[in-house]
Design a protein around this ligand. Structure first.
Ligand SMILES: CSC[C@H]1O[C@H](OP(=O)(O)O)[C@H](O)[C@@H]1O
Length: 348
């Protein structure tokens, strides 16, 4: 079975990824023919975005199974090798819980099935289910979230929580797409999102391709845009939502949330339930990835800071639940108290 979206293409034999490091200057693709290439693509952010890396890792798991099934003399040995595949993919990036959620789901499918015959087909179907469920969830989330936006609203977003951060359609940008599809005139202010520039490079590119009016601002302009009354709402994605509603998302999100609170602007988080981690009690328990210093000292491949300068480069921060107006999921809009109301999403 095959699958093709803006972010990825499963050919039945390999996984083709749009190289998000090159957008908007080039639209080029990388073909992964084995799980180690998939792991490298996630680590190097060829593909990025919590749901996108979850689905990508699921297909990496399938490629690993294809690689090891013919060299495993027993199913137990096969399971051992597949644990190695899972660990390799899990060790790529620590913050987005979707990565671990997807790998755990693939491993559970493998162990529940329990024997060789047709296992590759079973795993491929599960990976495709994960991908298709993400698209469905994004559209459901979009419909719920669109009810929070009025015709004529201007929405500020941070980073890229669009089709490129998911299998397709997007979370935060999915809400904006849904509102536009309902006929509402929505404008977007996109934070450039230093240092990796997901906003400038990916969000602006996605929205302009859709014909949705987008204004690019540098991250330090967000507060002034709010003070001038230009922003009606903030919508961002998430990489992990703790049981108490604390939200890990791209670095700079916390700053935007504090500014939104200061200016009485609603701050919404759009995320599928696969991003909610009830096993993580609070934001203090979320591992925050630190990335290469060159992402800060260089821009467009050119050095912009002195050699050997100290650098702090956390890829994410945590926004306290009290700063989050509501969490938009595919099961509905969740309001505080998050401890109780997030749990209910998994009880139905
Ligand atoms: C819909 S999840 C998008 C989420 O992922 C991004 O992180 P990265 O680009 O480092 O993978 C960012 O936190 C986005 O909000």
């Amino acid at each position: 079975m095959k699958l093709k979206t803006m972010t990825l293409e499963w050919t039945g034999e390999s996984l083709i990824l749009i190289d998000q490091r090159k957008i908007p200057l080039e639209e080029t693709y990388i073909e992964c023919t084995n799980y180690k290439e998939v792991a490298t693509a996630i680590k190097e952010m060829v593909v990025r975005g919590a749901p996108a890396i979850g689905a990508t890792a699921a297909f990496g798991f399938v490629l690993g199974a294809r690689e090891y099934i013919n060299t495993s003399s027993s199913f137990e040995i096969f399971l051992e090798k597949m644990n190695e595949v899972k660990e390799t993919l899990a060790n790529t990036r620590p913050t987005a819980v979707n990565l671990f959620w997807a790998l755990n789901r693939m491993e559970k499918t493998l162990k529940n099935y329990g024997y060789f015959e047709k296992i590759l087909e079973v795993l491929e179907n599960e990976a495709i289910n994960i991908a298709n469920e993400d698209i469905t969830a994004n559209k459901q989330m979009g419909a719920y979230g669109a009810s929070l936006l009025k015709d004529g609203d201007t929405v500020l977003t941070h980073c890229n929580a669009g089709a490129l951060a998911t299998v397709d359609y997007g979370t935060a940008l999915g809400v904006i797409r849904a509102a536009v599809e309902q006929g509402k005139k929505i404008k977007v202010f996109a934070d450039e999102t230093r240092p990796y520039l997901q906003g400038a490079r990916l969000t602006a590119w996605e929205l302009m391709k859709d014909g949705i009016e987008v204004t690019l601002i540098s991250d330090n302009m967000a507060g002034w845009a709010m003070k001038l009354g230009k922003i009606n709402a903030v919508i961002v994605g998430a990489d992990r939502i703790a049981a108490n509603g604390d939200v890990a998302n791209k670095i700079g999100t916390y700053m935007v949330a504090v500014l939104a609170k200061r200016h009485g602007i609603p701050f919404y988080v759009a995320a599928p339930t696969s991003t909610i981690d009830l096993n993580t009690p609070t934001g203090k328990d979320i591992p925050i990835e630190e990335r290469n210093h060159k992402e800060v000292t260089h821009c467009g491949g050119k050095r912009i800071a002195p050699e050997n300068v100290n650098v702090f480069n956390p890829a994410f921060d945590v926004t306290d639940a009290e700063l989050v107006t509501a969490i938009i999921t595919e099961k509905g809009i969740v309001y505080p108290p998050y401890n109780e109301n997030l749990k209910k999403l998994f009880e139905e």
